[in-house]
Design a protein around this ligand. Sequence first.
Ligand SMILES: NC(=O)c1ccc[n+]([C@@H]2O[C@H](COP(=O)([O-])OP(=O)(O)OC[C@H]3O[C@@H](n4cnc5c(N)ncnc54)[C@H](OP(=O)(O)O)[C@@H]3O)[C@@H](O)[C@H]2O)c1
Length: 283
Amino acid sequence: MKTPVTVLGLGTMGTALARAFLSAGHPTTVWNRTPGRSPELDVLGAVRAVTAAEAVAASPLVVVCLLVDTTVRDTLDGLDLTGKVVVNLTNTTPDQARGLEATTAGAAYLDGGIMAVPAMIGGPHAFILYSGDAQAFEQHQPALAVLARPVYVGADAGLAALYDIALLSAMYGMFGGAQHALALMGSAQVPAAEFTEQLLLPWLTAMLGSVPRMAADLENPPETGSAGSNLAMQAAAYHNLIDTAEAQGVDPMLLRPMGELLQKAVASGHGDEDLAALIRLIA
Ligand SMILES: NC(=O)c1ccc[n+]([C@@H]2O[C@H](COP(=O)([O-])OP(=O)(O)OC[C@H]3O[C@@H](n4cnc5c(N)ncnc54)[C@H](OP(=O)(O)O)[C@@H]3O)[C@@H](O)[C@H]2O)c1
């Protein structure tokens, strides 16, 4: 028989997780603060627990996907977790993850970072980062793999959150740039969908190709200056990004921090270097 699983939390993500376990044939017990959420899970054979304590008692593997850290703490507070493997897939900071590990006495703790939206769960492109108890990860990897490709990043429970936050930070930076570009083109009534498909995506895709070089430069700083687009040139041109946004009536708030960092890099003598110098400055 496949490992029985409990899912605490039936928001959009918890529901997707429970559905994936049920579809893969895992006996699945679910609990949610507001009863009756996601009735489609009943059709798939989910067992509904009335209390979180009842839900935890039903399975050796307890997957938690609630709103925030305090929600998880309040929900788990006072429950008997002895002998359970608790997998917390709620978004946390590294310190929150370590704190939760310390409070789940008697249980093995894994913290996870879901790198997917609910519709991607169970599909080929989703992955979930895990850190914490290595033995628990080994034991339950087959069950966790039905959700998304499991990626174990280390025994420190806070590591998955750190990787997760790094990836989310990169995503929001990317979205911020795209959102500004769309606002700018919108100020001239350029159709957003066509601009995105024909120019924005190809441009961003080509520029993403320079990220591995940035990472390589960070690990092995080049002995000579920039091979192409030095920071002094970029800082000089960056004024035009701000001026154009303002002239078009678009708030440059998403752009300003990068301009300030470029100026700082040039002022502190890094004008002949490449973008990796910015990483060293903020680090
Ligand atoms: N959705 C995504 O794209 C996505 C992607 C990656 C990671 N995540 C993470 O996954 C977690 C869940 O996200 P979601 O999209 O499922 O959120 P959601 O749809 O807003 O669901 C929130 C869940 O938390 C429960 N909850 C909220 N406050 C509570 C409280 N005080 N006590 C007990 N339960 C409480 C809700 O129960 P009720 O039904 O009773 O309100 C519901 O089950 C979050 O940490 C999120 O950051 C989400």
